[in-house]
Ligand binder design. Structure first.
Ligand code: HEM
Length: 203
């Protein structure tokens, strides 16, 4: 355990040194700001799930995506963390065929009727999806989830990526689950704007 924290601190120090080296050269204030933003944004997930070096604070629904991209394997290890209301669900998806909900390949998590966490992949084919577990159109492994401080985090590994590291993604949260199936989410503005583009190769 001590070794773990020691290596974490050494890793943090080396990040700061990298940053200082970068600042030595004459960069624009916007670039310097970006570097600080990147450093602050670096977060750790302790335990067997390891360290995530890249992260994006998503603009809606109190959500964050953390990831590591393995260039050699073309695999991305992701942790999607978001606020979850009691009795609600969260989901994160990439959409390999377009923009928005339809066509997206989702990972969904919620507390099931017996109180434990259910997490699985589901392919969204329409605006009235089954929300039952299905295979995705790409490879997925090591899916799991944990709940802490009113936040749910979904962990998974996706890939090998077939079409590069740039993806359209969507995320969502709903207030209700019945018969262990997530039900429709709100259609207020944040729930309709929760989508974007992401490059897994960026930090
Ligand atoms: C029970 C499951 C679901 C139902 C019934 C449902 C239904 C809908 C409907 C009817 C709309 C269009 C609303 C409008 O334009 O007024 C919509 C939009 C949207 N949904 Fe869902 N949804 C479900 C699950 C999901 C999941 C799991 C995600 C993400 C992983 C998601 C992400 C979105 C997003 C980002 C939009 C806005 C963009 C778009 O129209 O494609 N939804 N949803």
């Amino acid at each position: 355990m001590i070794n773990f924290f020691l290596s974490l601190s050494l890793w943090k120090i080396s990040k700061v040194l990298d940053l200082i080296k970068e600042l030595d050269t004459n960069h624009s204030p916007a670039f310097v700001l970006l570097l600080f933003r990147r450093l602050i944004s670096v977060k750790y997930t302790l335990g067997h799930r390891g360290v995530f070096n890249s992260c994006s604070d998503l603009p809606y629904l109190g959500a964050h995506l953390h990831w590591n991209y393995n260039t050699a394997l073309r695999k991305v290890s992701i942790a999607y963390r978001a606020r979850i209301g009691s009795g609600g669900w969260i989901a994160w998806a990439t959409n390999p065929t377009g923009i928005g909900m339809v066509g997206s390949q989702a990972l969904v998590a919620f507390h099931n009727a017996n109180g434990s966490i259910t997490v699985y992949p589901t392919s969204i084919k329409s605006y009235n999806p089954s929300m039952l577990p299905t295979q995705l159109s790409f490879q997925l492994s090591n899916i799991s989830a944990e709940y802490k401080n009113n936040e749910m985090t979904i962990f998974a590994i996706i890939g090998p990526l077939q079409n590069g590291t740039m993806v359209n993604h969507v995320w969502q949260a709903g207030r209700s689950v019945s018969s262990n199936i997530p039900r429709i989410h709100s259609t207020s503005p944040p729930n309709l704007q929760s989508m974007g583009k992401l490059d897994f190769q960026s930090a």
